[in-house]
Design a protein around this ligand. Structure first.
Ligand code: ADP
Ligand code: MG
Ligand code: MG
Length: 362
């Protein structure tokens, strides 16, 4: 579909020739993403940042620019060879700005389209999961020396257990949508896991695990794989890059790739772990980090696969109690079903702990 206004937006960026065609890319659920074709046969990805999900688009773009510039600077200096063949890069506007902010309050960015790649969908093969692990691990390792104090938090306390727990407790007290009586059991299960939700912050406070620059949305569809070789080609979707823990990135990859049931599957007997994919995610990630993780940090990865679904269950339940103000829902119980599903994922990923430890010590 041709959208003249989107073409105008595309032509606000400093591309080599005028944009002539814009098509929507329907993958990805947060931003509006378009593929742009220019008359000289060059191709770009244009994205409108979702202002609803990201309250601070300027802060987000500040991180995006710093991190991608840093990696490109490192690429040009000797001795740094990322495992992926490409690192995302912003194309400036005609005014030389890293992104476009319009008078309507929209924020747009543009990057080169990475050709001959695909992103694995919801069900990635074992090999694709391994490659995703390699790519995300490599991304973390590439940013090991990055001056982290320069980064903002595009979403405050994104994977922070104590804050997510506090938000749930507030929602329980308020019981705004009069749903608490329905979800007492789920609230109890989550509260019983307070220790797990607090563990990462305790480790940070005690200086046992270091903050890293993490991606924080390590699903297989956020990494592009080479169409011919199947190898990780480029880490994308840098919206949530901020200081975090390595265990978040491994944990979210395992959460989203080692359980094949959909995140809102209500038949919980279908929620099970695919051990091959679990091992592939762990091996890929650990190999990708190429020795930068400290010994205790490596061990800390073991709780990632249960921590991340617990974080998600807590967020879904909070949103359910608040009357569904954050996540899009298709039916009234959708967030509750997602919460129950993620609690089931957490339960079946308990076996992941031993598998991660075994992999680390092998
Ligand atoms: P969202 O935050 O909405 O998930 P993404 O940045 O992940 O947005 O982009 C959505 C989809 O667009 C990706 O899953 C991928 O298929 C495609 N895509 C994004 N950036 C590029 C790129 N530079 N080259 C090729 N495809 C891309
Ligand atoms: Mg995405
Ligand atoms: Mg995103």
């Amino acid at each position: 579909m041709l959208m003249s206004s989107t073409i105008d937006i595309a032509n606000s960026f400093a591309i080599t020739a005028p944009a002539v065609r814009v098509q929507s890319i329907d993958e990805g659920h947060i931003n509006d993403t378009y593929m742009v074709d220019a008359i000289d046969n060059t191709h770009y990805v244009l994205q409108r940042i979702n202002h609803g999900v990201f309250p601070d688009p300027q802060g987000l773009m500040h991180n995006f620019k710093l991190v991608t510039d840093y990696l490109h600077g490192k690429l040009q200096s000797t001795g740094y060879h990322p495992l992926t063949r490409r690192v995302l890069q912003l194309i400036a506007t005609n005014e030389g700005e890293p992104y476009l902010s319009t008078s309507q309050g929209e924020y747009w960015r543009m990057c080169p389209f990475i050709a001959n790649t695909h992103s694995a969908g919801h069900v990635a093969s074992t090999q694709e999961v391994y490659q995703a692990g390699l790519g995300f691990g490599d991304f973390l390792a590439g940013l090991v020396d990055f001056p982290m104090e320069q980064l903002t938090e595009p979403i405050a306390k994104f994977h922070h257990g104590p804050s997510r727990l506090a938000q749930l407790s507030e929602a329980v007290i308020e019981d705004r949508a009069d749903r608490l009586k329905q979800v007492q059991c789920e609230v109890e299960v989550i509260q019983k896991h307070t220790d797990l939700l607090q563990q990462p912050q305790h480790w940070i406070d005690a200086g046992r695990v270091p903050l890293r620059v993490t991606h924080n949305d390590t699903k297989c569809n956020n990494i592009l794989l080479d169409n011919e070789t199947g190898e990780a080609a480029c880490v994308i979707d840098l919206d949530t890059v901020m200081p975090g823990l390595a265990l978040y990135d491994l944990g979210d990859l395992v959460r989203t790739s080692a359980c094949l049931a959909a995140e809102d599957e209500t038949d919980l007997s279908k929620v099970e772990v695919d051990t091959d994919r679990l091992r592939a995610a762990v091996s890929g990630f650990v190999e990708g980090t190429r020795g930068v993780l400290k010994p205790f940090e490596l061990q800390s990865l073991a709780i990632g696969p249960t921590y991340m679904p617990l974080i998600m269950a807590t967020r879904f339940l909070t949103d359910y109690l608040l009357g569904d103000s954050y996540y899009k829902i298709d039916y009234p119980q959708h967030n509750l079903d997602r919460c129950r599903n993620q609690l089931a994922v957490m339960k079946c990923l308990q076996e992941a702990e031993a598998i991660v430890l075994e992999r680390i010590h092998s």
